[in-house]
Write a protein that binds this ligand. Structure first.
Ligand code: ZN
Length: 208
């Protein structure tokens, strides 16, 4: 089945061990923030640091695993059109979007990925805090021994990343709310391809 995550919103769904799902940027450049939890014990969840450590990489792609806080694989990337994703930055938050000085005159709306993911997690019954995310299609670069920054996403129209669940998991994904360097000045949706019959739980902070 296919599902379109509207711009600036998030969904959560359960995925069985061995099942796969695709994350697609239908218009290109749009970043998607992804988290995953072990279904048996959701306090075990995706860990950016173990994912960097156990892959020995700052950037992951086809053949690499996403690891949990227990150092166990939870998702494997089985195909990747883009090849450039971020595991250095956290999800954007409402205060980042509204309180930081605006670059290039870009005005962001309230409701960051952290808030949208929290609502989607609540909708599926997950009583956990939002952990750090894998930021699919986000292009970040380490510029020297000290600094890292964000560049324009290199994801082209229709670029797809395929994930296989190594374990029964709950996954939450946000179409990133941050206009600017990564996703560009105009936000767009994120498409999912999911096993038939997957129940989608939505979470979106609506602008007041
Ligand atoms: Zn975001």
């Amino acid at each position: 089945m296919e599902y379109r995550i509207p711009k600036r919103s998030a969904v959560a769904f359960a995925i069985d061990r061995g099942a796969s799902f695709d994350v697609v940027t239908p218009e290109g450049r749009q970043v998607a923030d992804l988290v995953a939890f072990a279904r048996r014990d959701p306090s075990e969840r995706f860990s950016q640091s173990y994912t960097r450590d156990l892959n020995g990489k700052l950037r992951i792609t086809t053949g690499d695993d996403l690891y949990t806080t227990a150092g166990e694989p939870i998702l494997t990337i089985t195909a990747d059109d883009c090849g450039v994703h971020d595991i250095l930055f956290g999800p954007c938050t409402e205060w980042m979007l509204t309180d930081r000085p605006h670059r290039e005159g870009i005005q962001n709306e309230p409701g960051g990925c952290r808030e949208n993911l929290a609502l989607a997690m609540e909708a599926i019954g997950l009583n956990e805090r939002v952990p750090d995310t894998m930021n699919v299609f986000q292009h970040s670069t380490v510029t020297d021994q000290t600094y890292f920054d964000v560049r324009a996403s290199t994801a082209e129209l229709g670029d797809t990343v395929a994930f296989e669940a190594t374990r029964a998991a709950i996954v939450a994904i946000a179409a990133c709310s941050a206009k600017g360097v990564a996703s560009g000045p105009v936000l767009s949706p994120i498409d999912l391809r999911l096993p038939d019959g997957t129940t989608i739980h939505e979470g979106t902070v609506r602008t007041r």
